[in-house]
Design a protein around this ligand. Structure first.
Ligand code: PEP
Ligand code: MN
Length: 340
């Protein structure tokens, strides 16, 4: 971290400030006193240094971080890729493509069991389905809630597929005890109290990127979970809000290699919420695999026209068969090429 001081500061003020930084944050401070201004360079672990506090000091002109503010999620401190292994044996980030597929919302037993079996037959590794739904309108279907969780567990029993479903509040964590992967949706990416509580669990957490969040903010949210002791974080790019209206969101695929560079955590892509249109899901799923993603999350519905949520972006099971087949084939080719 580099701190530039105001031109008129006195030597005693600099010494005092340097001592307080060293004591408060356990860093070493190098000082360069120039003709125009004085520059301090902080050496050591600066993740704990509060930029706001530094900026609030009267003698400070500006502050610039040269090191990322996250540590546990940072590849610099953990060069190897993290592979998340479930107690049931599935792995995420091991070079295979994991596909989480299923309806936006769990609607009834027949629906979830049918879709679960179909996506399993097509090669999906996880069953997704929303029981608690974050909807823009309070008048839209809000999910079957606890009953939805039970239906997901029933579908898991029938198919053997582990389940991924979204949590919306910390007080529900006990209810999610037997969920295999807990999803934090885009709207809760910065619900820090929820993230802190999830950090105390040992469940894998699928952390979706917020609608308008930077990659650094996203990694800081992962850091919240990891700071609590839970390192099992999977990141999910699901499109961000831009000025473009042709698609529901704008899929930021460069986020995949950027995350891979900055972090060791696995990253998957959700082309369904990113595009909002079923006909765009295949091309974006394929592009996601080619960008190096560890997996995909894809919405699949038995009857998209009558879906209670996100029908326009949901694939039929037949369409999903084709997309999954192509995505797996491409992943295999991709791994062969990059490991050649
Ligand atoms: C979902 O996966 O059902 C969902 C609501 O996604 P997002 O949080 O990305 O909008
Ligand atoms: Mn959805």
């Amino acid at each position: 971290m580099i701190i530039v001081l105001k031109p008129e500061v006195k030597k005693e003020q600099i010494t005092l400030f340097q001592a307080s930084l060293e004591e408060k944050y356990n860093v070493k401070v190098n000082t360069w006193i120039g003709v125009e201004s004085t520059v301090l360079g902080l050496i050591g672990d600066t993740t704990q240094v509060d930029e706001d506090w530094v900026n609030a000091q009267e003698i400070v002109e500006s502050v610039k971080r040269v090191q990322e503010p996250y540590k546990k999620a940072n590849r610099k401190f953990h060069p190897d890729n993290t592979v998340i292994e479930l107690p049931t044996g599935q792995k995420i980030g091991d070079g295979n493509l994991c596909i989480m597929a299923g309806p936006c919302s769990v609607e009834c037993e027949e629906q979830i069991n049918y879709v679960a079996q179909r996506v399993k037959d097509a090669g999906a590794t996880f069953l997704r389905g929303g029981a608690f739904k974050p909807r823009t309108s309070p008048y839209s279907f809000q999910g079957l809630k606890a009953e939805g969780l039970d239906l997901l567990k029933g579908a898991r029993k029938v198919t053997g597929l582990p389940i991924v479903t979204e949590i919306m509040r910390a007080s529900h964590i006990d209810m999610f005890e037997s969920v295999d992967i807990i999803q934090v949706g885009a709207r809760n990416m910065q619900n820090f109290e929820l993230l802190k509580e999830l950090g105390k669990t040992d469940k894998p957490i699928l952390l979706k990127r917020g609608l308008a969040n930077t990659i650094e903010e996203w990694l800081m949210s992962a850091e919240y979970i990891m700071a609590g002791g839970n390192n099992k974080v999977i990141l999910c790019e699901r499109g961000i809000r831009t000025y473009e209206t042709a698609t529901r969101n704008t899929l930021d695929l460069s986020a995949v290699p950027v995350i891979k560079k900055l972090s060791h955590l696995p990253v998957i892509v959700d082309p369904s919420h990113a595009t909002g249109k079923a006909w765009l899901v295949e091309s974006m799923a394929i592009a996601a695999v080619a960008s190096g993603a560890d997996g995909l999350m894809i919405e699949v519905h038995n009857d998209p026209k009558h879906a209670l949520s996100d029908g326009a972006q949901s694939l039929t099971p037949d369409q999903f068969d084709v997309v999954a087949k192509r995505a797996f084939a491409l992943k295999q080719a991709y791994e062969e090429i990059i490991n050649a």
